[in-house]
Design a protein around this ligand. Structure first.
Ligand SMILES: *Cc1c(COP(=O)(O)O)cnc(C)c1O
Length: 548
């Protein structure tokens, strides 16, 4: 055989081996697999290095657009992964990583995720998922029951009903919110007489059919940005996502909501849905859900609740009543990759009316046939992994009481942190925690006193400088890599206008009170840096002029 054909043949055999041979335990990949199976926390701790390399430097290792021509050894590749990817990723499971909604995972999620990958089921249709389909349907029913608390005899008729689905399992809260509003839109413009429905005829025909000039969704200004995407995608237009002002606890202002709806009426725009938030992304506050349910009923429009973050509060006997009224929503979003502690890429939306999802039903001849139990006929996504296994596992292994413990811990820890901030002379709490999220900023007592006496102009000048302190502090803390909080801009009850604030999410059970003290202590150290000191001196100068 000519030499290059021989080589090609050898390569092909190697490729074949890739599909059949497990990694040797003494290979790099084998070692990684073992380390993760044995001690995830230890693996992450040792392999993610907290040395800040610039993104530009990292990008140099991902610069080529050429797909490699020749195969390479798995071990060579995994060396690359270890050094340039794992080492430079973010330690989201670290107890001091309290800035975002991503936290540590229960250890059993990893081997089960691996099992899920190995089985490689596709939930779009029964033909590629078999038992995974009833399992996913059961998970949706469990979540439906958590939210709506229907009597036990409600479920047998619906869980495995081939015509319907109690909800949709999807890749996250964004798709869940889009799905909810998609259903609401198609139900508002359902087929009637000669009109074959918006799904068939499109938005223009639908509006002519109703004699309307547009449709709108109303959510508070704390609403998640996924609603902007939904408004764009569903043809409402982002202008018709109405951001209603909030009260001083970041909850939708009901009077403002009413006047926005009046304004829409004058413009001949139909309210498609009112969205309540159960746990805002930035501050963790909960809208007045009963009042919103009443108002949506009065208007006859869809009532959706975005409980992507806060939904699992329903597990807690002590705190469940914070979400009272959620059972009146037409649809509810809950993210599994947040407080259900499932790896990234899992969310759900459930519908009170078990026939609601028929509004977006889609059939195809080769799959998703009428009367099949295929879940793909009721989801936006097509091919989907068996992620429901991980939710099922969490429910089965931790149980309601396990999740309750996690929720109660998080809320208690947020209160502890709020107390620490209130007692500390150098910090100011900018939003009280209702759940396990709070915001605060660096603002020493002396500056707080000056602000209370300052004129509006002086106040805004000082706050403008404090915003820069906050921004630098957050950036420097992230770069130092020991602990992490995030930042956002918010209107707070304390001052007019928006402030830059530090944001903390307390969902990692490994975070302790000592971690919280360490975060504040590190921040007190970080403000000694010269750029921040220069800003603080400027602020002190302004404060000197504030006393009457
Ligand atoms: C996280 C979140 C979302 C979006 O969910 P993704 O899973 O990131 O798509 C929507 N709403 C709220 C309130 C959230 O916290």
């Amino acid at each position: 055989m000519p030499k290059n054909r021989e080589a090609a043949r050898a390569n092909l055999e190697n490729l074949y081996r890739i599909f059949t041979v497990p990694e040797a335990p003494d290979s790099t990949l084998g070692a990684i697999a073992q380390a993760i199976a044995g001690d995830v926390a230890g693996f992450l701790q040792t392999h993610i290095v907290a040395i800040e390399r610039s993104m530009e430097e990292i990008e140099t290792h991902f610069a080529s657009a050429a797909i490699p021509e020749e195969p390479t050894y798995v071990s060579d590749y995994t060396e690359f992964v270890k050094e340039h990817l794992v080492a430079q990723s973010v330690h989201t499971a670290a107890p001091g990583f309290i800035g975002h909604m991503t936290s540590a995972l229960p250890y059993f999620m990893l081997p089960l995720a691996r099992l899920m990958t190995a089985l490689n089921q596709n939930l779009v249709k029964v033909e590629t998922s078999k038992a995974f389909t009833p399992m996913e349907r059961q998970v949706l029913a469990m979540l439906h029951h958590l939210v709506y608390r229907k009597a036990d005899d409600f479920y047998p008729a619906w869980i495995h009903d081939s015509q319907h689905a109690l909800g949709a399992f999807c890749s996250g809260g964004t798709i869940a919110n889009v799905t909810a509003l998609w259903v609401a839109r198609n139900r508002l413009f359902a087929p009637a007489g000669a009109f074959r429905g918006i799904a068939q005829e499109g938005l223009g025909a639908a509006l002519r059919h109703r004699g309307a000039d547009g449709i709108a969704v109303l959510v508070s200004e704390r609403g998640h940005y996924s609603f902007g995407k939904a408004a764009d995608l569903l043809g409402l237009g982002r202008d018709n996502l109405i951001k209603v002002p909030t009260d001083n606890r970041n909850r939708i202002d009901l009077n403002a909501l009413r006047s926005e709806v009046e304004r829409l009426k004058e413009k001949n725009i139909l309210p498609l849905a009112i969205v309540g938030i159960a746990g805002t992304t930035e501050t963790g506050n909960i809208d007045p859900l009963h009042e919103l349910a009443d108002y949506a009923a009065e208007l006859g429009c869809h009532f959706h609740i975005d409980a992507a973050w806060g939904g699992p509060t329903l597990f807690s006997d002590r705190h469940r009543q914070l979400l009272s009224g959620i059972e009146r929503a037409d649809s509810v979003t809950i993210d599994a990759h947040k407080q259900l502690y499932v790896p990234m890429g899992a969310g759900m939306v459930v519908f009170k009316d078990p026939t609601a999802l028929s509004a977006i039903e889609h059939h195809a001849n080769y799959i998703l046939r009428h009367g099949s139990k295929d879940l793909g006929s009721h989801t936006l996504e097509g091919s989907r992994p068996g992620k429901a296994l991980l939710v099922h596992a969490g429910f089965a292994i931790m149980g309601r009481k396990g999740y309750e413990l996690l929720i109660d811990l998080g809320i208690a820890r947020a209160r502890t942190f709020a107390d620490l901030i209130n007692r500390h002379p150098d910090f100011e709490l900018t939003s009280e925690p209702e759940l396990n999220i709070l915001t605060y900023r660096y603002c020493p007592a002396k500056i707080q006193q000056a602000l209370s006496k300052a004129s509006p102009e002086q106040r805004s000048a000082i706050n403008w400088l404090l915003d820069q302190v906050c921004q630098l502090l957050q950036k420097n803390q992230r770069e130092a890599g020991k602990t992490f909080v995030s930042r956002t801009r918010l209107r707070t009850p304390l001052y007019d206008g928006e402030l830059t604030v530090l944001r903390v999410v307390l969902a990692n059970p490994l975070t302790t009170d000592e971690t919280l003290e360490a975060v504040l202590a590190e921040q007190c150290e970080l403000v000694k840096e010269s750029e921040i000191q220069a800003l603080l001196e400027q602020i002190e100068g302004l404060c000197g002029m504030c006393s009457p």
